[in-house]
Write a protein that binds this ligand. Sequence first.
Ligand code: HEC
Length: 184
Amino acid sequence: MKKVALIVVIVFVAVFAMFCGPGKGDTKQGGELTTFAGLSDTVSYVGINTCKQCHQDIYNTYMQTGMGQSFDNATHAKSKGKFEDAKVLYDKFSDLYYKPYWKGDTLKVTEFRLSGNDTVYKRVQAVSYIVGSGQHTNSHIINVKGYLYQAPFTFYAQQGRLDLPRALRTATTRGLAGLLAWSA
Ligand code: HEC
C-alpha cells in the first residue's frame, strides 16, 4: 500500500506543480533562474502515511476506491490473475512465448523461443509491481536495475483472460516490444 501512497503523492505534487507552481525556467524579478523545488536532488518522498496523520478520513475512503488500489507490489493478495490453466502467450512480432506463474510468493514470467520442439532461448524474470485495481485489468511491471518495463502479459479480469498487453498485439505499436530490451 505504500506504493499506492507514493503514486498519490507524486500525482498530487505533479498536478500542483503544473497548475500552481512557477514554470520551469521562470525568471525571478532579479533575473535569477528558478526551477521546480521538486527537481532538486535533495527532495525525497514523504509517503501517504504522512498525509494520513491529518487526513485520516480521506485516506480511509480513498484506499477503498479502484484508483486507490491501482498500484502495488506483485503479491497474491494484489493479483487477480489466474495463470495456471491459461494458454502460453505468443508474440508473433518477436517470435517469443510468455508464461507467467507464481513461484511461492514471487510472480515470474518465462520468455522463450522455439525451433520446432526445441527451446532455443529462455529467460525468467521476476515481476515487481501490478498496475490496475483488477476491476478491469492487472498489468505487470518488471524492475531491471531501477528501470521499469511493462511485462508482456496482462490479465483481463472481466473476461478472466490472460493475453498480451493490447499494444503488443498490434503491429503499429510494435515499438513497445523494443522498449522491453530484455525481450530482444
Ligand atoms: C499537519 C497536518 C497535515 C498534513 C501532514 C497534510 N495535510 Fe493536507 N491539509 C491540512 C489542512 C489543515 C488542510 C486545510 C483543510 C481545510 O482547509 O479544510 C489541508 C488541505 C489539503 C488539501 C486541500 C483540500 C481541499 O479540499 O482543498 C489537499 C489536496 C491536501 N491537504 C493534501 C495533502 C497531502 C497529499 C498530504 C501528504 C503529502 C497532506 N495533505 C498532508 C493538513 C495537513
